[in-house]
Ligand binder design. Structure first.
Ligand code: AMP
Length: 132
């Protein structure tokens, strides 16, 4: 059965899309730790990030970098933090989380509750700064 992220990539489940190329897809995390919290996933469905073939993993990080640079331009933050958990969804993904302190990337923090309109506004702002 396809993962929830494959369904998002295929447009079967809606998302707040940030970016896409032939191999990767980025969209806002629906339970964000911070405004602009984004997930980067490979279109090739693989559970564990470090099972990805070397070139694909390297390219995924370059794709994530482009997203992070756009996030940084739009979301006031010191840095964009990078996290890999994968405990919930068995489809490799990188979390890109705008942060001002270590505490901002604690996954035990309560998640932000945002209206659809705000998600869309954030996604649109990040997309506008993307240089793929
Ligand atoms: P983990 O697998 O532990 O890295 O967590 C999976 C992440 O995917 C969580 O932060 C969820 O909020 C996020 N997530 C799950 N379903 C969706 C969805 N339909 N759209 C956006 N983000 C999602």
């Amino acid at each position: 059965m396809p993962s929830i992220f494959t369904k998002i990539i295929n447009g079967e489940i809606p998302c707040y899309k940030i970016a896409e190329d032939e191999r990767f897809f980025a969209f806002l995390d629906i339970n964000p730790l911070a405004k602009g919290h984004t997930l980067v996933v490979p279109k090739q469905e693989t559970d564990y990030l470090f099972d990805l073939e070397d070139n694909l993993l390297a390219a995924m990080n370059v794709f994530a970098k482009k997203v992070a640079l756009a996030q940084k331009k739009v979301i006031p933050c010191k840095r964009v933090g990078v996290a890999v958990l994968g405990l919930e969804v068995p489809h490799a993904h990188i979390h890109l989380i705008p942060m001002n302190s270590e505490a901002d990337v604690n996954f035990r923090n309560p998640k932000l509750q945002l209206e659809a309109q705000e998600f869309e506004k954030i996604a649109q702002a990040i997309r506008s700064q993307l240089e793929l």
